[in-house]
Design a protein around this ligand. Structure first.
Ligand code: DP6
Length: 332
């Protein structure tokens, strides 16, 4: 460690890719530990990422965050709480200046909190001179944002909900390396700007008011098992079926929340139909949608140009982003 590093003004830099869940996390077991009510399975991306620099500076009275060139005082408490998990056990009291940049739209359902907290943990680890295990990184990142526990790792990743009262078994692990099944993702951007109801308050509201929330939780073990087998066998059709089913169940539970959470717009629905038509025509592609209106079409590499051509023509699609599967969070 290195309290001395920190008081000298330790600096760390890291990059972490966004991830999209194929079997989703929606609902918490414990809000303080930020443990999920259900496990999840995701893919980490290579071209959508967050770059973060952290500087521990003894002259600062509190932590500071600059995201995409703007000060974000409203987000500092979450950053401080996550950094305290690394600082407090080591007696570090130095505050930090965090400068982060997403190379993709922030807060629009493109997993910016996942890449953001994964990059923060890796950068802070370097700045403080720590040598955490991958599991420790994932546990700290989880307490920043549940999905961030997965962005610590590359390729296909599974997050365990865990049962321990201290959250020590609630972490992610790699399932399959990115190059072992090199799927690609075409993202149809159907709205820009930050979403109104973030995942955190949305999922909390669903858990307390959606009549479908208990059914959502009850089905997750089976969906995780099906997806695990499909990934191990590189069985695209099986993964497509379970991922779309799981996504629609999450959104059904969200829509039945009071007040309702309808994350989709008209173009979201058109994209969903376009992807289903493509698959019916034999194109290996399926959709997933998170807490926002963007549609993520996951496909085999040979199908990407066809998927792009079809989604580009859907009315209301503003932009397309593409990505391969990528590595875990790493110092830069
Ligand atoms: C719909 O990880 O953003 O993207 O733990 O409260 O920060 P917090 O939530 P967050 O939720 C992600 C929800 C989701 C599905 C998923 O990524 O699994």
């Amino acid at each position: 460690m290195t309290t001395s590093n920190a008081t000298r003004g330790g600096v760390g830099n890291a990059r972490a890719g966004a991830n999209f869940a194929l079997i989703k996390y929606w609902g918490k077991a414990d809000a303080v530990l930020n443990t999920p009510a259900v496990g999840s399975i995701s893919i980490t991306l290579d071209t959508l990422y967050t770059d973060t620099e952290i500087v521990f500076d003894a002259t600062l009275a509190r932590d500071e965050l600059v995201l995409n060139g703007k000060r974000r005082d409203e987000d500092v408490d979450k950053i401080s709480a996550c950094l305290d998990l690394l600082r407090k056990p080591r007696g570090v009291t130095t505050r930090a200046r965090v400068t982060s940049r997403n190379n993709f739209p922030t807060g629009a359902g493109l997993a910016s909190s996942a890449s953001g907290f994964a990059a923060l943990v890796r950068a802070a680890e370097v700045a403080l001179g720590l040598n955490l295990t991958p599991r420790e990184r994932s546990i700290v990142a989880r307490q920043g944002s549940g999905s961030a526990a997965r962005s610590i790792f590359g390729g296909f990743v599974e997050m365990y909900a865990g049962t321990a009262s201290d959250g020590s078994d609630s972490f992610a692990e790699p399932l399959l390396a990115a190059d072992a099944w090199p799927l690609e993702v075409v993202i149809a951007v159907t709205a820009k700007g930050e979403k109104e109801i973030g995942s955190r308050s949305g999922m909390t509201r669903s858990a307390t008011s959606s009549p479908y929330y208990p059914a959502w939780v009850a089905g997750q073990t089976a969906d995780l098992a099906t997806a695990r087998v499909a990934i191990a066998a590189r069985d695209f059709a099986a993964l497509a079926d379970v991922a779309e089913h799981n996504c629609l169940k999450m959104h059904a539970a969200a829509m039945a929340t009071q007040p309702p959470l309808v994350y989709w717009n008209g173009a979201t629905v058109e994209c969903l139909h376009a992807v289903r038509r493509l698959r019916a025509d034999g194109v290996p592609v399926f959709f997933t949608i998170d807490a926002g209106p963007q549609v993520k079409a996951v496909c085999e590499p040979g199908a990407r140009s066809r998927v792009e051509a079809v989604l580009r023509d859907v009315p209301g699609v503003l932009d397309l982003l593409t990505s391969r599967l990528g590595p875990g969070a790493e110092p830069t």
